[in-house]
Design a protein around this ligand. Structure first.
Ligand code: FAD
Length: 572
């Protein structure tokens, strides 16, 4: 019997455990296994195998029962996830449904999740920009949150490292506030976007309109072929899962790579309930898992643990990891765990009509989505009545209309030569928000989910800074459109939009110099529990306005490198 027990513990013991298999967890798995560590990857959702488990990927529009719309009954049952622009028949199976995974909204918050192997990497819009020192120095310069314990120079080589493997397309634009990366060729702007880009360059100092940088293989390198991925086909059906591996997802890239190493054990259907802390050893020894099918609670052990369950779920796991040493959650001596949650401000759009350019039309598709306006407000100095700034997406389109009356060859002819309408242009705001103590998550004392995990209570709201920033975006981008000669400018604040729909929630276990005011040190290592690392959005001290996932990838690769070198030195 004793031997059986020893064998069972042995089978459940690994060098490293990774919690979550999304964008950051996939990177942790790849890096740890690549360095020879036997690694257990725990994923609460089902397995999604690249190519095999993308059921809609090659479907034609007419093959969808509801022509890719969501039936009213589904929308009524799922009011939260239905507000996400990508929740349609072709990808609904990759989204968490409201009722199955409840949470408590102390204030309205649309929490959009993907619980499966690959996490939200199957659904993301693949926009990838680096941060710069203007972002890392933000809290110290502008007096909010705490100082980041790192600067751009610390993370720059790791951006390069992950970009080369993931495959990021973009142009070397030479903009200090949006550093260039290791790019595959950028997707070109269309003629109206290019016109606007030239106009902005001529008219404004330090404002730019560039091709959006995105995680697509515009021209794959040998390292991408080695992953079994090939050139992006510009299908723009990415949210269905891409059988070509044309864009970066954990499923197409890091997870199969880690599997190929022979060092990874992947366990789907495994909700991590908490991290086990051993007071005698003064460190974490493993995790408690609830098998989602059998509800059995199983313990797994390892020397180091990477928490990559996505920002708010990571907060939930840490808060639920209580012990005599840490009665308020793992590493939470400071009491800041769960606090200073922040997000991105996707609250406004500006649209307009464009005269002329009728000799041009848009043919083909741009998987990058068009243009990107990097942050231009308050970059070099404080110049407005709000802190920080915003970036904006930009796209120009030409409408067309095919006459579908008639039959036979007449119908075919009119369908193949649609009447072209005019051009229009649109922009959406992507603002930075200021992390505040009053924006927090915590565990509900009474309510539990179907696996016995306490429900997360989310209390996050906009503030005056957000409102002033939104007004400024409308004014500035409106003016840029006006000076470009665009007509019928329509400025819109999305009414009633709760935080969360930007799907960039961050913070709660922020990095910092001081254990009294932060949870993690400069290596993403829990200050007071040195063998636990957090490298997803929970670690973010501030949010900048860039899309965040590339930064999570870089943090993860850097942190694994540190953790393994410390292990080798016998420090972990
Ligand atoms: C529609 C959409 C568009 C987006 N566009 C962009 C974009 O353009 N650019 C960008 O940078 N980001 C974008 N994002 C956000 C991006 O997807 C996330 O930032 C990224 O996936 C976060 O990576 P992660 O590893 O932290 O979390 P995820 O990718 O969500 O992975 C977390 C994993 O952990 C698992 N998990 C959770 N709790 C537990 C538990 N207790 N035990 C075990 N496993 C657990 C989950 O099931 C999941 O698989 C977008 C997201 C969506 C949905």
């Amino acid at each position: 019997m004793a031997n059986l027990n020893i064998d069972s513990v042995k089978e459940r013991t690994f060098d490293a455990i990774v919690i979550g298999s999304g964008i950051s967890g996939g990177w942790a798995a790849k890096e740890l296994t690549g360095k020879g560590l036997k690694t257990l990857v725990l994923e609460r959702g089902r397995d999604v195998k690249h190519g095999v488990d993308y059921p809609t990927t090659n479907m034609y529009p007419w093959e969808f029962k509801h022509r890719n719309e969501m039936p009213l009954s589904v929308r009524e049952e799922n009011p939260i996830v239905s507000r996400c622009y990508a929740f349609h028949e072709d990808a609904a199976h990759f989204f968490v449904k409201d009722k199955e995974h409840p949470y408590v909204q102390e204030k309205p918050f649309d929490w959009i999740r993907g619980y499966q192997v690959g996490g939200k990497s199957l659904l993301w819009a693949r926009q990838t920009q680096r941060w710069s020192d203007f972002d890392f120095e933000g809290p110290a310069r502008d007096g909010f949150a705490v100082d980041w314990p790192i600067r751009y120079a610390d993370i720059a080589p790791w951006y390069s490292y992950v970009e080369k493997f993931a495959g990021i397309s973009g142009n070397k634009d030479g903009i200090a506030e949006l550093p260039d990366g290791e790019f595959l060729p950028g997707f070109p702007l269309n003629t109206v976007e290019k016109y606007f880009s030239d106009h902005v360059k001529k008219t404004y100092n330090n404002r730019h309109v560039i091709s959006a940088r995105c995680a697509h293989l515009s021209k794959p390198e040998p390292i991408h072929f080695e992953q079994g991925r090939v050139q992006c086909q510009n299908r723009v059906l990415c949210q269905r899962g891409c059988p070509f591996g044309g864009y970066f997802s954990s499923n197409a890239s890091t997870i199969p790579w880690a599997m190929k190493s022979g060092n990874m054990t992947l366990r789907p259907f495994s909700v991590v309930q908490s991290i086990i802390y051993d007071e005698n050893k003064g460190k974490a020894t493993g995790v408690r898992v609830i098998d989602t099918n059998t509800k059995e609670v199983i313990e797994y052990y390892a020397r180091i643990i990477f928490v990559n369950a996505a920002a708010l779920n990571t907060n939930m796991i840490l808060l639920n990891s209580t012990s005599n040493r840490f009665p308020n959650g793992l590493g939470n001596d400071s009491g800041v765990l769960g606090k200073y949650v922040a997000f991105h401000l996707y609250t406004a759009t500006v649209n307009a009509d464009v005269d002329g350019f009728t000799e041009f039309k848009t043919e083909g598709r741009n998987p990058a989505g068009g243009g990107y306006i990097p942050r231009f407000r308050n970059v070099y100095k404080q110049e407005t009545n709000f802190l920080r700034g915003y970036a904006a997406g930009l796209g120009a389109y030409r409408s067309s209309h095919a006459d579908s009356s008639g039959v036979g060859s007449n119908l075919k002819a009119s369908l193949s030569s649609p009447k072209m309408g005019g051009w229009s242009v649109g922009s959406h705001m992507m603002g930075e928000t200021i992390p505040k103590e009053s924006n927090y998550v915590k565990l509900d004392k009474d309510q539990k989910d179907q696996w016995g995990m306490p429900l997360l209570r989310i209390s996050v709201d906009y503030d005056d800074n957000d409102r002033k920033m939104t007004d400024d975006y409308l004014e500035q981008v409106g003016e840029m459109f006006e000076t470009a000669g665009f007509k019928n400018i329509r400025k819109n604040i999305t009414q009633g939009k709760a935080p969360g729909l930007d799907i960039h929630e961050m913070g709660g276990a922020r990095m910092g110099h001081d254990p009294k005011t932060s949870i993690l040190n400069k290596w993403n290592q829990v200050h007071t529990c040195s063998n636990v690392f957090v490298t997803d959005g929970a670690c973010m001290t501030s949010t900048a306005c860039q899309n965040p996932s590339l930064t999570y990838m870089a943090f993860t690769a850097r942190s694994v490198d540190y953790a393994v070198s410390e292990m080798k030195k016998g420090n972990l």
